[in-house]
Design a protein around this ligand. Structure first.
Ligand SMILES: [Zn+2]
Length: 416
């Protein structure tokens, strides 16, 4: 990132920083203006929206209902129809969704889109008290290019490659002595265990997790291992960062960048604290905008956060568990339900569900040994969440291997 881009990143960072404290009516007016700009731009430049949004006049957020919902398979059919023709594709960076729900989806970002996303990720860190000279370790598969300011030593990140055993990375961490670790839950876990086994020699101030579902068990274990607090971030490849956890534990939506709706199965906004389907509109992304896009995850609206920020709060975020179960009757049912049943069981650090047959699920769990929940109790918790009975085998394991892309896959089906 050159000096000019670093300056743009700082500009977006300051903007979000201010926006989060704005009064709800002011935020709504800002969202309406951004939505009007997005819709008029997309109706002109994005082939798919040229057809669906033509002539649409946005006056309030109620007009959202006039816009059709877009599901992942709609985009998968022909992703290029969602790319802005005002951008030369050779100038866009291409990312791919994990493809755990089927075909990976190519997603494009312009340089400006990437800078905005980077600003939101940085906001997550800085608003959680990370300073420019904090020593940060990123435990990761990939090494990102350093930006101009990082080369000057400001917001510098030390990249530590993930080692299978956790031990080598722990040695690197011990010598680096970071105050902050940034990683995904499945990269952290071997490290967390290795540190615990060694008597917790590495202590940090805060661990930042993203990219995967963080179970209650994993959160507690990270806290215990590194004597730290934990902040999680929710994001998607399609939209970039969506929500982040503040110092008071509120998962705030970046609502100056993302217009988020929570809809019931009939497509109506949920009432009160009901859980529903997350539908995203990327207010600022121009290269490949997503408008009323059903991401496949679920959550409910939370109460106003004690921190006082006015960006709304998500509660009970479930999902990032893509895929559908096939029940014995042939009915298809979201695998997210199984994840939701397992996620908050005490002592479960991570899990993987494998559908072997329509009437048989094999559930692999990694446990921290702190709770003596029986396998039958774990199976019962899952059964209660399913509309039809199936056989469940719970298998305890030390580790769930990540996929080639470095992420842990929490659901796999062997049914064609
Ligand atoms: Zn908060």
């Amino acid at each position: 990132m050159d000096p000019l881009n670093s300056a743009r990143l700082a500009f977006h960072l300051m903007d979000t920083r201010r926006n989060q404290w704005k009064a709800p009516d002011e935020l709504e007016r800002m969202q309406i203006r951004a939505l009007q700009a997005l819709v008029s731009h997309a109706a002109k430049h994005v082939p798919h929206y040229r057809k669906t949004l033509k002539g649409l006049n946005i006056r309030s957020l109620d007009d959202l209902a006039a816009m059709p919902l877009t599901a992942k398979p709609d985009v998968q059919k022909d992703p290029e129809l969602f790319v802005n023709d005002a951008f030369a594709q050779s100038k866009l960076s291409r990312h791919k969704t994990s493809g755990s729900s089927g075909t990976p989806l190519p997603v494009y970002y312009s340089a400006e889109d990437s800078i905005r996303a980077a600003a939101l990720r940085m906001h997550w860190l800085t608003d959680n008290g990370v300073g420019p000279f904090d020593r940060k370790a990123n435990v990761t598969y990939y090494k990102y290019k350093e930006s101009f300011i990082q080369r000057l030593g400001i917001f510098k990140v030390h990249y530590l490659p993930v080692m299978d055993a956790g031990g080598d990375t722990l040695r690197s961490l011990s010598s680096l002595k970071p105050s902050i670790i940034i990683s995904t839950p499945s990269f952290m876990l071997p490290l967390v265990m290795a540190n615990l086994e060694a008597g917790s020699p590495v202590r940090v101030r805060k661990v930042f997790t993203s990219g995967e579902m963080l179970t209650t068990g994993a959160r507690e274990l990270i806290k215990k291992s590194f004597s730290c607090s934990v902040s999680d971030r929710y994001g998607t490849i399609e939209a970039g960062p969506v929500a982040w956890e503040c110092e008071k534990g509120g998962m705030h939506v970046f609502s100056d960048s993302i217009l988020l709706e929570i809809l019931d199965d009939a497509g109506n906004p949920v009432r009160g604290g009901e859980s529903g389907n997350l539908v995203l509109t990327t207010l600022r992304k121009r290269s490949m905008p997503f408008i009323r896009y059903c991401i496949g995850d679920r959550a409910s609206w939370g109460a106003k956060c004690q921190c006082g920020r006015n960006f709304p709060v998500l509660k009970g975020l479930e999902g990032r568990m893509n895929g559908m179960l096939t029940l014995p009757s042939g009915r298809r049912f979201s695998a997210t339900t199984v994840g939701a049943a397992l996620r908050h069981l005490p002592g479960i650090i991570c899990f993987q569900t494998i559908q072997e047959r329509p009437d048989f699920l094999r559930i692999r769990v990694v446990r921290d040994g702190s709770h003596n929940l029986t396998r039958a109790q774990i199976a019962e918790a899952v059964l209660r969440a399913l509309p039809e009975p199936v056989d469940i085998e719970v298998e305890e394991t030390d580790r769930i291997e990540p996929e080639k892309n470095g992420k842990m896959r929490d659901f796999a089906s062997k049914i064609a």
